[in-house]
Write a protein that binds this ligand. Structure first.
Ligand SMILES: Nc1ncnc2c1ncn2[C@@H]1O[C@H](COP(=O)(O)OP(=O)(O)OP(=O)(O)O)[C@@H](O)[C@H]1O
Length: 246
């Protein structure tokens, strides 16, 4: 089976410091993957390269079928090609209802204020309800997003990204600041999302990664140090050295 995303031998330096060093990475179309690694391992820079925010000095980044060369596309073209990114802090429209947040997200180019003049179709309503069910916020559709808990805001933002139906979803530290119950719900949500798309989760919390129950890629000094199940990578002596030597 061919990969959805193929990153081959990328490197990038900042002022002579190699933040990403000959890194290769592949993920299939319906796969959940966790990326772990100590601070400064290059996790954020890797996601910045995939989303077009940072350009590598060397290497290739190919995506989709037919394959697109992401290094030739702008950040917005990459987003439109089907790569969604969730940053660590939730960024929802706090003064709008959960329902309106999801509705706005259904179309990439629908500006927040344009929703006022926008006529909603029965199909949109159906989709908003389905998304709300998927993220566990069916009972909160009429509430202002600003009134939601931290975890609920994170789910709403994931729902807003799912509304755009990305082929690849990149999620940065979703578990941070969440209660145990919220973490469990988030794991279920991400696992379900990965049944119909690729999902990459960058996470420091090992318990959360264990619950994701997926292949893990360990980054260190800008390269892949190990890859496999969490048990496999945590038994790797290089990985143990890197984590104990922090
Ligand atoms: N724009 C930049 N200019 C200079 N150095 C940078 C820049 N971006 C990242 N770096 C450096 O590159 C290295 C990798 O950083 P990156 O943020 O990708 O690591 P990370 O694995 O995401 O770390 P963390 O877990 O702390 O978020 C770090 O040493 C960082 O200081």
């Amino acid at each position: 089976m061919s990969s959805l995303l193929e990153v081959t031998s990328i490197s990038v330096s900042f002022d002579g410091f190699k933040a990403i060093n000959n890194l290769s990475f592949e993920i299939g179309g319906q796969e959940l993957r966790a990326i772990i690694g100590p601070n400064g391992a290059g996790k954020t820079t890797f996601m910045d390269i995939v989303t077009g925010k940072t350009r590598p000095d060397e290497g290739r980044v190919r995506f989709g079928e037919p394959q697109l060369d992401l290094l030739r596309l702008s950040e917005s073209q990459i987003a439109r090609a089907g790569i969604g990114r969730k940053f660590q802090r939730p960024t929802v429209f706090e003064a709008q209802s959960v329902r309106d947040n999801l509705l706005m997200a259904l179309s990439n180019d629908r500006l927040p204020f344009a929703v006022l003049g926008y006529r909603e179709t029965p199909r949109d309503d159906e989709r908003v309800r389905a998304l709300a069910t998927e993220i566990g916020l069916s009972g909160e559709l009429g509430r202002k997003a600003g009134e939601l808990s931290h975890g609920q805001k994170q789910w709403l933002e994931i729902g807003m990204l799912l509304a755009q139906d990305p082929k690849l979803l990149l999620v940065d530290e979703p578990a941070a600041g969440m209660t145990l119950g919220e973490r469990e719900h988030t794991t279920d949500l991400l696992r379900r999302a990965a049944e119909t798309r690729a999902v990459v989760v960058v996470e420091h919390d090992m318990e959360f990664v264990r619950r994701l129950d997926c292949k893990v890629t360990v980054l260190h000094e800008g390269s892949v140090l190990a890859e496999g199940t969490l048990d496999h990578v945590t038994a790797n002596s290089d990985v143990i050295d890197v984590y104990l030597g922090r």
